[in-house]
Structures are given as structure tokens and as C-alpha cells.
Design a protein around this ligand. Structure first.
Ligand code: PGA
Length: 254
């Protein structure tokens, strides 16, 4: 098995005020093991500074949930890469299915956002995945191929390994319907194969996570599969005990 450090990312979506962020971290941070998987918390923009301050003395890192690709400009309501970097944020989720579905995020925009994030020194966590009808009609591989090729089009081969990809089947997000470990492994192996078409080195090094109804009781089995390098966790990451249990579940598998 390649030497990839597992990554557990908490996607809080539009949950937790600053005060709730402080309370979560006071409970959660002492539970994170001193060594082992990497841990990233992705709170709403307004809690980023608080999260960075609280995580400063820990191994836990902080990422945003979205950004604009330009460094500045007339883009009302948007946040730029240098603004995140100034706060001490380490990464950014890009292309989450909720942004694609509700906020018009396109593959064209993502093709600009990915190199912008890398150029600014942010680790992008790119989300891809099929919806239920696409899975039912055997289009999963085609959807993943289109998304990966389009979204990473302007990332040079020698930077591909600096991207994290999250395979998130839309039918599994927030539904309690987790993909089976076999389904997760198969889709993630497909994604790794797509990266291999561009660079064998990158394919061995790039981390590909699973996301969609990951819970403390299914995390170990999912993350234990050969190509699954961790998890992007929504609902279960809102509870410090549950998310800590998921982090601990990732430990013994490597
Ligand atoms: P979920 O969300 O764990 O609540 O299914 C995952 C995600 O949307 O990243």
C-alpha cells in the first residue's frame, strides 16, 4: 500500500456560530491522537479565525468551504484565496455537490479555482460524485471522468498530488445511505486510474477520500479499503465525540 497519510475532514456546512465553534474545539482537540491521521476542520467563513486560533497549538488544521478564484475584485459576497491565507487557513473545499446544486458552481469555475488555490498555498479538497439516477443508469464512471478531467484541467501534472479529492456520491450525502465499502473502493479506484492517465507518481501519492453518511460505526470499514485515504464527514462531524471516534477509526487501518 502506498504511503498516504489518512485525512479526516469535517465539513460543517452552515452549522455552528463562533461560540459553538469554540465549544466544539475545546471538547474535540484533546481527543485527537498525537500521531496518525491528519485532521481538518472546515467551519463557515465567520468561524475560521476562531478555529485557526484554537487549533494553533494542535495538529488539527483548518480549511474553508469555498472561495472565489480571483485575488480581489468586484465580486459581491465572495472571499478570495489571499483573504483565507491571511487568516492562517490551510485549505479549501471546492466543488461540493451542494455548491454545484444550489449555487451554480460549474466545472469551468472549478477549473479556475483549483490552480488559484494551489497558487495561493491552499490545499484544495475537490468534491466529485454522481447522483442517484446517474448511478442507477450506470453513468458513475462517465460522471467522475468528466468532473475529474474538467476540474483538474489547469492543474499541472506535478501539482496533482497536492490536491485532495473527495468522492461523494450525492445519494449518500446527508441521507444515512452510506456507499458500501466496495462501492467506495471501486469509485475511488476509478478516480485514481484517471489521475494515473496523467501521472503515475501523482496517482500513487494523491489522497482520495470518501464522503457521504460516514459515521463512527462505518468509518473503519470504509477507510480500511485499499484506495480510500480518509473521509469528508458532514453530519457526524458536528459532534466532537462522534468526529473523534471517526478519527480514531482511521488509525489502526494503516
Ligand atoms: P454527510 O455529508 O456526512 O452528512 O453525509 C458529507 C458531505 O456533504 O461532505
Amino acid at each position: 500500500m502506498a504511503d498516504r497519510v489518512p485525512l479526516l475532514a469535517a465539513n460543517w456546512k452552515m452549522h455552528k456560530t463562533i461560540e459553538e465553534t469554540e465549544r466544539f474545539l475545546a471538547d474535540f482537540l484533546p481527543r485527537v491522537p498525537d500521531a496518525g491521521p491528519e485532521v481538518v476542520i472546515c467551519p463557515p467563513f465567520l468561524s475560521l479565525r476562531t478555529a485557526v486560533e484554537h487549533c494553533a497549538q494542535s495538529r488539527t488544521r483548518v480549511a474553508a468551504q469555498n472561495m472565489h478564484e480571483e485575488p480581489e475584485g468586484a465580486f459581491t459576497g465572495e472571499v478570495s484565496p489571499p483573504m483565507l491565507v491571511e487568516l492562517g487557513v490551510d485549505g479549501v473545499i471546492l466543488g461540493h455537490s451542494e455548491r454545484r446544486q444550489y449555487f451554480g458552481e460549474t466545472d469551468e469555475a472549478l477549473a479556475r479555482k483549483l490552480p488559484a488555490a494551489l497558487g495561493a498555498g491552499l490545499e484544495p479538497i475537490l468534491c466529485v460524485g454522481e447522483n442517484e439516477s446517474q448511478r442507477d443508469s450506470d453513468e458513475t464512471e462517465g460522471v467522475l471522468t468528466r468532473q475529474i478531467e474538467a476540474d483538474l484541467a489547469h492543474v499541472p501534472d506535478d501539482r496533482l498530488a497536492d490536491v485532495v479529492i473527495a468522492y461523494e456520491p450525492i445519494w449518500a450525502i446527508g441521507t444515512g445511505r452510506t456507499a458500501t465499502p466496495d462501492q467506495a473502493q471501486e469509485a475511488i479506484a476509478t478516480i485514481r486510474g484517471l489521475i494515473e492517465n496523467r501521472s503515475a507518481d501523482a496517482a500513487g501519492a494523491i489522497r482520495i477520500l470518501y464522503g457521504g453518511s460516514v459515521k463512527p460505526d462505518n468509518a473503519a470499514e470504509l477507510i480500511g479499503r485499499a484506495d480510500v485515504d480518509g473521509a469528508l464527514v458532514g453530519g457526524a462531524s458536528l459532534d466532537p465525540g462522534d468526529f473523534a471516534a471517526i478519527v480514531q477509526a482511521a488509525e489502526p487501518s494503516r
